[in-house]
Design a protein around this ligand. Structure first.
Ligand code: WTA
Length: 659
């Protein structure tokens, strides 16, 4: 790790904040930033309590702030009550925001639909009333498996309005993944669409739900509500299946929001960990909403005149925090996009920024890297072809952004006038944790810079001791914060083990390696566990391995990540078959078969880019697979490490040649 770290830290470029953004910023100048940090450090309870009082509407005020009595199961504002949807919609109804555009939806084929806050409120209420009329109650769980749409936002908000806990499953996950999540979360309701449309292609969703429910054990699901997106053919089970427009029809546009306890789960979102089974990350209502809103205000320096565009899918946490909740709570106008960045061509994002006059743009390094490639090879799709002068802030999320991609984004998209905000956070943290502030923080390409006020980020060694500047270690958060994960749904032990290992003195373990430079800036070095980051999507190596070995041809599999210029990391699988080592055409056929199998088991995002067959895997004499060596082999490099502890050193040659 040390070599990588040193090479990253030879970064001398520093970009001071732009004067026009310092003026009038929510947090203005480094003095403003430091003053807030000091306040938070001196009296965290008071800091968080005053933010929560000033920024959220409570139906019952809280009197306790942080309750640590059952640490690490922390509770925040534990005797307060509110409703999240009321804090996103109703609160605007008596203000000029009511008739402002809330969502500018653009479909895959370019059709634009706008909806105001007042209209969105009515849509959410009608749908919530419909769900209520079906008999669903506060505390039940709903799976949402939908394309990017106004309807997806309506579905999530309607659940929040009723205190129904939603669990959104990304539309790219397979029916098998959907089945696992439906079972684990104990869903009674599924909200989906007939089909989704991406890049000119339709992909069925309802049939995947039917398949998932057909796998058994999901008897608790008594309704499947279907948004009619394309009008494509769907199978129908009378009594269980209902059209979304029918559920909402003739319902009142007023639905009293259910006041829930601050700690009532708002949602459960599954994410990959270091074992085969994804974890259901549980978030609480008040704390999550507070930080979603505060980070929209602070990080994105939200202004009433902004047109905000976060390109994430609501199937990931970024879409929860920076589409469904944060921007609405802040009363912003935002773009919601159904499609992909390369359809009809690689100029789509830039053309949309121009046409919708987007002011704040938030995307992933993967998108930036692939659009860079496209722009450099076809000048027509270069951002310079478009008028992007509306932009004032551009952000990045999901994976480390390498300095080259950062500079390209800064120059070509931001026109050297917009700060690049490299925001570090996770599904578990709820919202931004370490990020530059547009009106305060000097930027360094490749660094997520400094923690937000109230976030006690640090880097420690195996014993939980802080390491000095320039030393690599584990990224931890030393104090609880309101938007933190509350538990893993149904598995509190795993929650404790994963995030609060005893040797780390009660610090939250993020699972990332990091180090700080001479200015105390944070540099994220990537995951320290068996989690891969492919195109900004989290993927457990064990998840992919379990999928592979569940195929009848496979005896054993080991999966590692390989650095990839576009997707950040690529999945490389080393596979031992039950049959003799295949060669040539046969090997190619089996590899194709296994890739399709993984897509079916998990989803297309998990497909290995490269599958290599061997007669065995490199193992220690005690039988442990040496993934460290496989990572070297996957990169196509020669193994220079000592392999004397290997039981079968010759296997490395075979696997290297299998390429
Ligand atoms: C990685 C996405 C470097 C990191 C919001 C983290 C990042 C994981 C950054 C969480 C960043 C996210 N720089 N790495 N700015 N942002 N990551 O849960 O490894 O899908 O642990 O949340 O993505 O991924 P998740």
């Amino acid at each position: 790790m040390s070599n990588e770290i040193e090479s990253v830290l030879i970064e001398n470029r520093v970009f001071p904040p732009f004067e026009n953004l310092v003026q009038g910023a929510a947090i203005s100048g480094m003095d403003g930033y430091r003053a807030l940090c000091e306040q938070a450090d001196k009296n965290p309870d008071e800091f968080w309590a005053s933010l929560a009082r000033e920024n959220l509407n409570w139906t019952k005020p809280f009197s306790t702030v942080l309750d640590e009595s059952e640490a690490p199961f922390y509770r925040w504002f534990g005797d307060g009550e509110l409703n999240v949807s009321a804090n996103c919609l109703d609160k605007h109804l008596d203000t000029p925001t009511a008739d402002k555009t809330a969502l500018i939806f653009e479909s895959d084929d370019g059709k634009v639909t706008k909806i105001t806050y007042r209209q969105l409120h009515a849509r959410v209420c009608e749908f919530a009333n419909g769900i209520k009329a079906l008999g669903h109650k506060t505390g039940e769980r709903a799976i949402i498996y939908m394309p990017m749409s106004i309807e997806a936002v309506v579905a999530m908000q309607a659940c929040a309005r009723l205190g129904i806990i939603h669990s959104v499953v990304f539309g790219g996950f397979s029916s098998k993944s959907l089945h696992e999540r439906t079972l684990d979360v104990g869903a009674t309701l599924i909200i989906t669409a007939d089909e989704q449309v991406r890049g000119g292609k339709t992909i069925p969703l309802k049939s995947a739900v039917d398949e998932a429910l057909g796998m058994g054990g999901c008897e608790a699901v008594n309704h499947v509500i279907v948004y009619k997106r394309t009008g494509g053919q769907v199978a129908w089970q009378e009594g269980r299946d209902l059209w979304m427009h029918d559920v909402a029809a003739n319902q009142s546009g007023d639905c009293t929001p259910v006041a829930v306890n601050a700690e009532h789960p708002l949602f459960i979102l599954y994410t990959s960990g270091s074992t085969g089974k994804p974890k259901g990350v549980q978030h609480a209502s008040a704390g999550f909403l507070l930080w979603a809103l505060m980070t929209v205000k602070w990080t994105f320096d939200a202004k009433d005149s902004d047109v905000f565009w976060c390109t994430a899918d609501v199937g990931w946490v970024t879409g929860h925090t920076y589409i469904t909740y944060g921007p609405l709570a802040a009363g912003l106008t935002q773009v919601v996009f159904e499609g992909v960045p390369t359809y009809p061509d690689a100029g789509r994002f830039w053309e949309m920024i121009q046409r919708h006059k987007v002011t704040v743009f938030y995307t992933a390094p993967t998108a930036i890297r692939s659009l860079t490639k496209a722009a450099e090879s076809s000048p027509d799709h270069h951002p310079r072809k478009y008028d992007m002068s509306s932009l004032r802030i551009i952000g990045s999320v999901g994976e480390p952004i390498n300095p080259e991609a950062w500079m390209w984004y800064f120059k070509n998209v931001g026109g050297e006038r917009c700060p690049v905000l490299d925001t570090w956070w996770q599904t578990e943290t709820g919202a931004h944790m370490i990020t530059p502030l547009p009106g305060a923080t000097p930027l360094k390409p490749g660094s997520c810079t400094l923690p937000l006020p109230g976030i006690a980020a640090a880097i420690v060694d195996e014993a939980g001791e802080e390491v000095g500047r320039g030393k690599g270690g584990f990224l931890v958060i030393k104090r609880p914060w309101p938007a933190m994960i509350r538990t893993i749904w149904g598995d509190p032990e795993r929650f404790k083990k994963s995030y609060f290992p005893p040797e780390l003195k009660g610090h939250y373990l993020a699972g990332d390696g990091a180090q700080r430079d001479q200015d105390d800036y944070f540099w994220i070095m990537g995951r320290i566990d068996d989690v891969l980051n492919v195109s900004g999507h989290r993927l457990g190596t064990m998840e992919v391995e379990s999928a592979l070995v569940s195929h009848e041809l496979v005896a054993e599999a080991a999966v590692v990540g390989r650095p990839d210029a576009t997707t950040g990391e690529a999945v490389v699988a080393f596979v031992v078959l039950k049959q003799a080592l295949p060669e040539g055409e046969e090997a190619a056929d089996i590899a194709r078969l296994l890739r399709a199998w993984v897509a079916k088991e998990i989803g297309p995002i998990a497909k290995p880019k490269d599958i290599r067959f061997g007669e065995n895997l490199p193992k220690t004499r005690s039988g442990k697979i040496m993934r460290r060596l496989l990572r070297v082999v996957a990169k196509g490099e020669a193994v220079t490490q000592d392999v004397s502890t290997l039981e079968n050193p010759a296997i490395l040659d075979q696997l290297s040649q299998a390429h």
